[in-house]
Write a protein that binds this ligand. Structure first.
Ligand code: ARG
Length: 470
């Protein structure tokens, strides 16, 4: 429905010339406004025109349409495309949706031939085709943005491969990690999102046109030829399924939801890290706003909004799932309600990815603050335990010794590397002067050399592997 807040008038609207043959009265104005989709599906115009042109060419090829009619249809639709692109097209609510608006205009422009375009086709397979084409293009755009974002994170990871920060579990300081390693973790999340989107694309990229209303059609359509023209990888197997299936849209919005969940998790970290209490990073000013009352404020609005918009995309997914769950085969008008949540999810994920792709490589890392935070909270306690294990103590005993040392240091308000050798030796005679080389922050991260670990050498190796792949 249109966004106009006023209640619709109850009087009669105009008769729809496309399907009103068997009707004795016009649709009420309320029903017209309630059932229109052109206010939001007009964005499918490019896909609709491409689909119609492919259908017309195919009808010509199989001898259903005369060559002159095909020619008139193609040229007429090109003219309409130019009008729409130039903002010269008058969309009519009385014509319900994008499909009937364009077809009606075509007939106005070219006459009889325009009326032949819909031969062997229904809006049911037409809209299913348009939405699949749209989703395909939208996925390609999202994937491009994810590539840009992942590349930015790789650069940032390289710059910060040696920067030490606290790693957290339970949001408590756990062990030191490198900032670069943390950025590579984010990158893994969006690379999986990309794989999910590309996987959804495979199922979206199948042509439903030729299924007609639900049962197929009497005309000798060459569906493969239509698929070929539109770049579809194949054609649907079952006409009943093809006109009613919106799984591809649901999967795509599910993938967008995970994109958003990931960006929302990052947002949470960016917001925390940019508070003075953490002070790990500064976000570029262009991504922040001030307060109208507190002159000192620099608020991380973009991450906050990204985190907030995650709710709407997850809501879009929910809307689509619930939209589908009660539908019997085949097409039901319910499916018109797929568009707003689908478009909203795609638009929102696109904008958030574009913003983060631009922002991520420009995050300023306050290395000294990160390091100072890692030096608090006994982040190298595990290293002391590992040191004792190397000296022969069983890990459980080492754990206990370190627990005692931490308890002692905490009472003093000092960290482990700040304790003197005799102080440390109270807890185990195995501790010697070489202990300090094991429990410094740099020693701690450098020692974590397992594949995928936080050691700067491992981070650099991971970056090299990533660069070799792209
Ligand atoms: N606007 C409709 C939709 O979005 C097009 C298909 C309408 N088909 C029908 N039989 N009324 O789904």
């Amino acid at each position: 429905m249109s966004q106009d807040a006023s209640p619709p008038a109850a009087g009669a609207a105009t008769k729809n010339a496309m399907w009103s043959g068997r009707f004795s009265e016009s649709t009420s104005a309320l029903v017209e406004r309630f059932s229109e989709s052109v206010s939001f599906d007009q964005r499918l115009w490019k896909q609709d025109i491409a689909g119609s042109q492919a259908h017309a060419r195919m009808l010509g090829k199989v001898g259903v349409l005369a060559a002159a009619d095909v020619e008139a249809i193609i040229t007429g639709l090109d003219g309409i495309a130019a009008d729409i692109a130039a903002g010269r097209f008058a969309w009519s609510q009385a014509l319900e949706d994008v499909h009937m608006n364009i077809e009606a205009r075509l007939t106005e422009r070219i006459g009889e031939a325009g009326k032949r375009l819909h031969t062997g086709r229904s809006r049911n397979d037409q809209v299913a085709t348009d939405v699949r084409l749209y989703v395909r293009d939208a996925i390609d755009e999202l994937v491009g943005l994810i590539d840009a974002l992942a590349a930015g994170l790789l650069d940032l990871a390289e710059r910060e491969a040696d920067s030490v920060m606290p790693g957290f579990t339970h949001l408590q300081v756990a062990q030191p990690v490198t900032f670069g390693h943390h950025m590579l973790a984010w990158r893994e999340q969006v690379l999986r999102d990309k794989a999910r989107l590309l996987d959804a694309r495979k199922r979206a990229n199948i042509l439903p046109l030729g299924s007609a209303a639900l049962a197929g059609t009497v005309y000798p359509l060459d569906r493969h030829y239509v698929a070929e023209q539109l770049g579809f990888a194949g054609i649907t197997e079952n006409s009943l399924d093809a006109v009613s299936d919106r799984d591809f849209a649901i999967e795509t919005v599910a993938a967008c939801s995970l994109v958003m969940v990931h960006l929302s998790r990052w947002s949470e970290e960016l917001i925390l890290w940019s508070t003075p209490m953490f002070g790990f990073i500064a976000l570029p000013d262009r991504y922040c706003t001030g307060s109208s009352i507190m002159p000192q404020k620099k608020n991380p609005d973009v991450p906050e909004l990204v985190r907030g918009k995650t709710g709407r995309v997850v809501g879009d997914l929910n809307a689509l799932l619930v939209l589908m769950k009660g539908q019997p085969l085949a097409y039901n008008r319910d499916n018109q309600e797929d568009k707003e949540p689908l478009f909203d999810a795609l638009d929102t994920a696109r904008d958030c990815l574009a913003l983060y792709a631009d922002m991520a490589p420009n995050i300023v890392v306050k290395r000294d603050n990160c390091r100072a935070a890692a030096a608090k909270g006994f982040s190298t306690a595990t290293d002391l335990a590992d040191y004792l294990v190397k000296k022969g103590l069983p890990f459980r005993d080492a754990h206990h010794v370190v627990g005692n040392s931490v308890g002692y240091a905490a009472k003093q308000g000092r960290d482990l590397p700040e304790l003197s050798l005799p102080e440390l030796q109270q807890f185990s005679p195995l501790i010697a002067e070489d202990v300090y080389a094991h429990i410094s922050l740099d020693a701690s991260v450098a020692a974590r050399t397992t594949y995928g670990g936080t050691a700067p050498a491992q981070v650099r190796a991971a970056i090299a592997r990533a660069r070799a792949k792209t």
